[in-house]
Write a protein that binds this ligand. Structure first.
Ligand code: FMN
Length: 319
């Protein structure tokens, strides 16, 4: 088994310490595992430029590598090597730091389980070029992950999107999430080593992440606090003025009810089964995206002259 710790924090900062502590726990559960730790702070990981080359090469029979070469590939290789992952990132302005998000933007569409298997099915049926068996399927192998969101603030509203955003790394390849730990209050803790309970919890999460390896999802227990959403365990909700609410991380609908000053949200089994990180949820999105061309192309063709004329105004942009 291969276990990987990734820290997006400063070298030997709070995130490094917590990710390494989780790896100590993982080591206890898996004495024979190979364990690696990567600090990313000095890595050069550029942003996704939206060129679409990864999707296009996949549809042309390639294996959808990112055409921009920098340290993204190094970190991606480490992730591909891993079976179990502990990923920690500091909160910068309410969310994980930008480098984490840049990595996720480039990682996610290249590892979308549904989009890739959709194309491979088309290759099998001959509708698309390329050998389905030549695709590097380890890109989509089953992985187990725990997240650690590290914030300085004592007040929760200053870390409000940290844990939820960390979740966005693992859902495209359907990684099984074991825990998502909120390590806040670093501004008053001074050093995580001084918080014995935090260190014990993080170690235990690392242990459980390694223990999950090879288990079926239904046999894996969530580590830590149960959140409002029964799938991602985050506490964010999108409201639209009715009692139907949505988990913005999983994209599933729940029913909200109020009893005195207590709020309950129930998510049906059917909704949970179409969460974003499930095959069903991902496939909904693949199907939607695949329909775009059929809608847009006729519109563009029907309005070609008008668009050419109007676009000129935006190309020249004289104001
Ligand atoms: C640019 C920047 C923005 C930050 N924004 C927040 C924030 O919104 N909320 C918070 O709780 N902490 C915030 N912090 C504090 C860090 O999350 C905290 O110091 C963390 O422990 C740093 O992790 P590290 O020691 O692993 O580098 C911010 C730090 C920096 C540098």
């Amino acid at each position: 088994m291969n276990i990987l710790g990734i820290s997006f924090g400063k070298r030997m900062g709070n995130t490094d310490i917590l990710v390494k502590q989780a790896l100590y726990g993982a080591r206890e559960a898996a004495p024979d595992a190979e364990i690696r730790f990567v600090n990313t702070v000095n890595m050069n990981i550029g942003r996704c430029r939206g060129c679409g080359a990864c999707s296009r090469t996949l549809e042309k029979g390639g294996d959808n590598d990112c055409v921009f070469k920098d340290d993204f590939q190094k970190l991606e290789e480490e992730v591909r090597w891993a079976d179990c992952i502990i990923l920690g990132a500091p909160v910068y302005v309410l969310q994980p730091c930008g480098q984490f998000k840049d990595f996720v933007d480039r990682f996610s569409c290249r590892h979308d389980y549904s989009a890739i298997t959709w194309v491979l099915d088309k290759r099998r049926s001959g509708e698309m070029p390329g050998d389905p068996d030549a695709f590097p399927m380890e890109r989509l192998k089953k992985r187990y992950i725990s997240y650690i969101s590290v914030g300085g603030a004592v007040t929760n509203n200053w870390v409000s999107m940290g844990n939820a955003t960390l979740h966005l790394f693992g859902f495209p390849p359907m990684m099984k999430v074991i825990g998502n730990y909120r390590a806040n209050k670093m501004g008053t803790t001074a050093n995580p080593i001084l918080d014995a309970e935090l260190m014990a919890n993080i170690k235990e999460m690392g242990r459980q992440t390694a223990e999950a390896y090879g288990k079926k999802d239904e046999n894996i227990k969530w580590f830590g606090e149960e959140g409002v959403c029964p799938v991602c365990h985050n506490n964010l909700l999108t409201v639209n003025g009715t009692t139907t609410v949505e988990c913005p991380v999983c994209g599933i609908e729940g029913k909200l009810s109020v009893e005195g000053d207590k709020v309950h949200v129930t998510f049906s089994k059917e909704q949970q089964e179409r969460a974003r990180g499930t095959f069903k949820g991902l496939r909904e999105h693949t199907t939607e995206i695949q329909s775009f061309g059929g809608i847009c192309m006729p519109k563009i063709m029907a309005n070609k002259e008008y668009l050419d004329r109007e676009m000129d105004k935006f190309r020249k942009f004289e104001i």
